[in-house]
Design a protein around this ligand. Structure first.
Ligand SMILES: Cc1cc2nc3c(=O)[nH]c(=O)nc-3n(C[C@H](O)[C@H](O)[C@H](O)COP(=O)(O)OP(=O)(O)OC[C@H]3O[C@@H](n4cnc5c(N)ncnc54)[C@H](O)[C@@H]3O)c2cc1C
Length: 274
């Protein structure tokens, strides 16, 4: 139904990479289109779209989002939050002092806006579970939930994509005054080495404070962990100045060149614009 694939968690230039990759594999993509009906005699045969299009099919895989079933929580008398997930405080305590909630059923507040965010990830669930475990019997302020950084990675036909925090479009929508930096490079040096892949990094910063709000990466396998560096930067609220002087380990076979480290170059690009 959206104008592009993955557009809730990536900016357009990253969505386009995915679309190009799928089209190169002869995948037909229908955007801005809603499935109206799935029909067949004994098995699925045809999918009907609301704009009148029809497609013959052998099978259908539905991946249309998931919501938590609040029945058990409601029966237990626990309050739900705004997004209908179970309301929890910074220590994952529900409104019942003997019940904690973590994971897909627990309500989540965005790291920067504190608004409800519909994040359902195993990695987020695990971080929350560690917080709940640490605070089961008494509150240890050193482990509290400071908000959910929507951070995830995916893999599409050899292309790794990662997103953390706010995208440029979601940051603008929320009213943040932003500046973005982009860098592209190779993840080994020289880039002609066997197994090198292109890497594209985009970082979004608050223009006035320089603090990182989000980031996206696309490229080879190295992007799977690169997005976690960006996630850590968000969690620690580092600025583009901090990232411009990032101290990192580099090796020809393992990483981008120290002079061309994409996270640093993307931070420099943003700083230059300011
Ligand atoms: C296809 C798919 C791929 C995914 N890939 C990723 C990924 O790559 N990375 C990532 O981070 N996340 C991924 N996720 C999301 C991730 O799986 C969920 O966010 C995560 O499992 C949530 O953990 P949870 O413990 O909160 O809930 P669940 O894993 O859903 O566990 C809830 C458990 O409670 C049980 N249960 C429910 N009701 C009752 C009851 N009344 N009594 C007793 N037990 C009950 C259920 O049977 C279930 O075992 C993926 C999800 C799907 C569906």
């Amino acid at each position: 139904m959206f104008p592009h694939l993955l557009i809730n968690s990536f900016d357009l230039e990253f969505s386009e990479l995915v679309e190009e990759r799928l089209k190169a594999r002869c995948v037909n993509i229908f955007t801005n289109t809603k499935v109206k009906e799935i029909r067949g005699e004994g098995k699925v045969e045809k999918v009907y779209f609301d704009d009148g299009k029809e497609v013959d099919v052998d099978s259908v895989i539905l991946g249309v989002g998931a919501v938590f079933n609040p029945q058990l929580a409601v029966k237990a008398g626990i309050e739900l939050g705004r997004g209908k997930g179970i309301w929890v405080d910074e220590y994952m305590r529900t409104t019942d002092p003997d019940i904690f909630a973590v994971g897909a059923c627990a309500g989540k507040k965005d790291f920067y806006t504190r608004k409800y965010t519909p994040v359902m990830l195993a990695s987020t669930a695990t971080a929350e579970a560690r917080i709940a475990g640490a605070n089961l019997y008494e509150l240890k302020v050193i482990r509290e939930n400071k908000g959910t950084i929507a951070i995830y990675s995916t893999y599409i036909d050899g292309l790794v994509l990662g997103s953390a925090g706010l995208t440029e479009q979601s940051a603008k929508k929320e009213g943040f005054e932003i500046v973005s930096g982009i860098a592209q490079g190779m993840d080994k040096h020289p880039g002609t080495l066997t197994g090198s892949s292109k890497v594209k990094v985009k970082l979004i910063f608050s223009r006035r404070s320089g603090i990182i709000l989000g980031g996206q990466v696309a490229g080879g396998m190295s992007c799977g962990e690169m997005i976690n560096i960006i996630g850590m930067a968000i969690q620690q609220r580092v600025s583009y100045t901090d990232l411009e002087t990032l101290q990192m380990a580099t090796h020809p076979c393992l990483t981008s060149a120290p002079t061309m480290y994409p996270i640093v170059l993307a931070a420099e690009d943003a700083a230059d614009k300011v």
